[in-house]
Ligand binder design. Structure first.
Ligand code: C5P
Length: 474
């Protein structure tokens, strides 16, 4: 009954049904059956339709916007294993990876660009000179506008061209023009794979920095043939791609979770006015960048600042001290916490819901109340106190004395003390002179560092943290 209905539909509807079916990996008839079944189900128990929606999506896939997703360019070569490349698109997408497909002319003998484009949610590119391409010099853009290139299946011919640096079609031109990592999944007859020419090409490509997955051994498409030459399974390729896109963190803080606060807080007076301070957030952001480079998993909770997110750092932007504390509580537990934010000590108790108006009766009665002390709260946390808690002390006088009493009062392990008197130029500036106060029971030791850029201070602080954590854990 369903197929009868399909034949009677107008062309535009049929085309959109075909596309929907291709995306879901079903025949058009099955797709129609699915639509009818869904329509017949009561609304509140309706199941999601088709693999495109019902596939398990990684957290990364759900949380990240399309622009944040890691991007793969999948070059599909002309072999019987090209059909598996279609499944590979799905396996990559369910890992939260954006996929853009390119097909060689030979690949189009096995699978269609329409199917690959439908599965990838983006048109499939096939021609070096493509009037429809939205890119100027399309092969250059396609070669660079990606985080990883996968060639699957990589035929013996395609690998020979790659090894020689030929660029006479879109796929090979992309491979020659790219500066991104390349993962190759060979697929061919075992005799072709064993051929000395193929071995030479594979060795050359490996020397050129190309990564390989497979081929596996097993049955061939040709009757009664078996051996090494089967393309790796799509899941294996997707796992290898994921490892190349997200290499395991290495470095002295690998495996450590670090929480950092930075910047000022804004405490509202009314919807348009607030209390703030001159903190730029530069020092906290520099520490976050250094810690991420040292391999840590970094969460940076920042008040309003005019700085870009450091690479590899999860940044949460907040306004007030109370917002900051709430996000800090959510980020716990962590191994190390560094409180570099210049949190406002007070907020307005009676912040106006409307803009406060000038009146003849004088100044508005602004009543201040104390903000929660985030550093002290976390230092005294019963269940979730980090192994190392570091506070900052920004002082304009009696720097070491004030920092020492702050270390004891707040219950943290270290204080990074800096002079923020206007003459020092620290607030908003690029340099900092810091003194590191550490505590061994009642004893406080002071380590004074020379003036450095905020990045250098960050690197030195992270190195000191790594040494300390290493010693504590050994
Ligand atoms: O008391 P003071 O503001 O000088 O303390 C500075 C240190 O305490 C910094 O590490 C700052 O991030 C932290 N702090 C906090 N919450 C507050 C006030 C300060 O975490 N409400």
């Amino acid at each position: 009954m369903a197929s009868l209905t399909v034949r009677k539909l107008d062309e535009a509807l049929k085309a959109s049904l075909r596309l929907r079916a291709a995306k879901a990996g079903r025949s058009v008839e099955d797709e129609v059956r699915m639509i009818l079944r869904e329509a017949a189900e009561p609304q509140d128990i309706k199941a999601p339709s088709g693999p495109a929606r019902s596939q398990p999506q990684s957290h990364r896939a759900r949380a990240a916007s399309a622009a944040d997703l890691p991007r793969v360019t999948l070059i599909i070569g002309g072999g019987i294993a090209a059909y598996k490349a279609l499944d590979l698109i799905r396996r990559l997408k369910e890992r939260g990876i954006h996929v853009r497909c390119v097909m060689t002319r030979a690949a189009q003998q096995f699978v269609t660009p329409l199917t690959a484009g439908a599965l990838a949610d983006e048109r499939c590119y096939t021609d070096l000179f493509d009037a429809q391409s939205e890119f100027d010099a399309g092969h250059i853009r396609l070669a660079r506008d990606t985080d990883l290139i996968i060639v699957a299946p990589a035929t013996a011919d395609l690998m020979a061209k790659m090894a020689q640096g030929q660029a006479d079609d879109l796929a090979t031109a992309i491979l020659l023009a790219t500066n991104r990592p390349v993962l190759v999944a060979p697929a061919m007859n075992p005799l072709m794979w064993a051929n000395a020419a193929t071995k030479r090409n594979v060795a050359q490509l490996a020397r050129d920095g190309v990564s390989f997955i497979g081929p596996n051994s097993g049955e061939m498409a040709e009757a009664n043939e078996a051996g090494v030459g089967r393309m790796s399974e799509p899941t294996e390729i997707a796992i290898a791609a994921e490892a190349m896109l997200h290499p395991p963190h290495t470095g002295p803080l690998a495996g450590k979770k670090i929480l950092i606060t930075a910047g000022p807080t804004h405490e509202p007076i009314d919807p348009v006015r607030y209390i703030a301070n001159r903190s730029s957030g530069k020092q906290g952001f520099a520490i976050a960048a250094s810690a991420a480079e040292a391999g840590a998993e970094v969460t940076l909770i920042s008040g309003p600042v005019d700085l870009d997110d450091p690479a590899g750092v999860r940044v949460i932007r907040v306004e007030s001290a109370r917002d900051m504390l709430a996000q800090v509580e959510v980020a716990l537990p962590v191994d190390i916490a560094i409180f570099a934010a210049a949190v406002a000590d007070w907020r307005v108790a009676n912040a106006g819901e409307q803009k406060i108006k000038k009146t003849a009766s004088g100044m508005p009665p602004l009543q201040l109340v104390e903000n929660p002390d985030i550093l002290a709260t976390v230092s005294k946390h019963q269940q979730n106190r980090p192994q190392l808690v570091i506070g900052f002390a920004a002082e304009t006088q009696n720097l070491i004395d004030n920092a020492t009493s702050k270390l004891k009062r707040k219950g943290c392990d270290w204080i990074v003390a800096n002079d923020v008197s206007p003459a020092s130029g620290v607030m908003g500036g690029d340099r900092n002179t810091v003194h590191i106060l550490t505590r061994d029971k009642a004893e406080v030791a002071v380590d004074s560092w020379p003036m450095m850029t905020k990045e250098e201070v960050a690197d030195a602080l992270v190195a000191k943290i790594a040494r300390t954590i290493g010693q504590q854990n050994s």
